[in-house]
Design a protein around this ligand. Structure first.
Ligand code: GLN
Length: 214
């Protein structure tokens, strides 16, 4: 499995160097159901997507949003979560809605839907792509960008750790997360069957509850 362990609470690394998070526990549960050994490789998000396309990894779990463009180059399992693209700004910012991003510098993570939507809507020059979400948030703290567009779950964690930043009430977009596989992967049916069982028997919900407290 390829992942980008800089996306809490879906995937992160503990102080002891262990991977943990919703995707990590879900992948472990799927592997167990399928009688397969799970090997986790941590890399940048865009590299994780490429890794399955190039056959270097069997699956990618990294809070990956299903998009038509990605469907053209890879397959997706059934969806297992909803993602929301959120806007983080400094407290008191004049950006109060997605439209206010026009003419601003926007920080995003390279290769993500946040990057793609913002460059489509506001132009490539308006968007700065960072290696990971935390680096984008640090750039916001330093005043190098005016806002960060990123998935809501990590946004909440980054804002909790950075007083002075807030998430706008209006979200940018709503999307589905799924497991990415190589086109035509023989694993797809088995992964979907395992996912279905984990949804039906409450395992998936208990994994989510372990990492997200309402
Ligand atoms: N959900 C977003 C995407 O798929 C971001 C995922 C991530 O940064 N790990 O593009």
């Amino acid at each position: 499995m390829a992942t980008n362990a800089a996306f809490p609470p879906y995937e992160m690394t503990t102080d002891a160097g262990e991977f943990e998070g919703i995707d990590i526990d879900t992948a472990k549960a799927i592997a167990e159901k399928l009688g397969l050994e799970l090997q986790i490789d941590d890399m940048d998000f865009d590299a994780a997507l490429l890794s399955v396309q190039q056959g270097k990894a069997d699956i990618v779990m990294a809070g990956v949003t299903v998009t038509d463009e990605r469907k053209a180059v890879m397959d997706f399992s059934d969806s297992y979560a909803t993602g929301i693209q959120s806007i983080i700004v400094p407290e008191g910012s004049d950006i109060t809605s997605p439209d206010d991003l026009a003419g601003k510098k926007i920080g995003t993570q390279r290769g993500t839907t946040g990057y793609i939507y913002c460059s489509d809507d506001f132009g490539d020059d308006a968007v700065v792509a960072y290696d990971d979400g935390l680096t984008a948030v640090q750039a916001l703290n330093n005043g190098q960008v005016d806002a960060v567009v990123i998935d809501n779950a990590p946004a909440k964690e980054f804002v909790a750790a950075n007083p002075g930043l807030v998430i706008l009430d209006t979200s940018y977009a709503e999307e589905d997360y799924a497991i990415g596989l190589a086109k035509g992967s023989a694993l797809e049916d088995a992964v979907n069957a395992a996912l279905e069982e984990l949804k039906a028997d409450g395992t998936l919900q208990s994994i989510v509850d372990k990492y997200i407290t309402a």
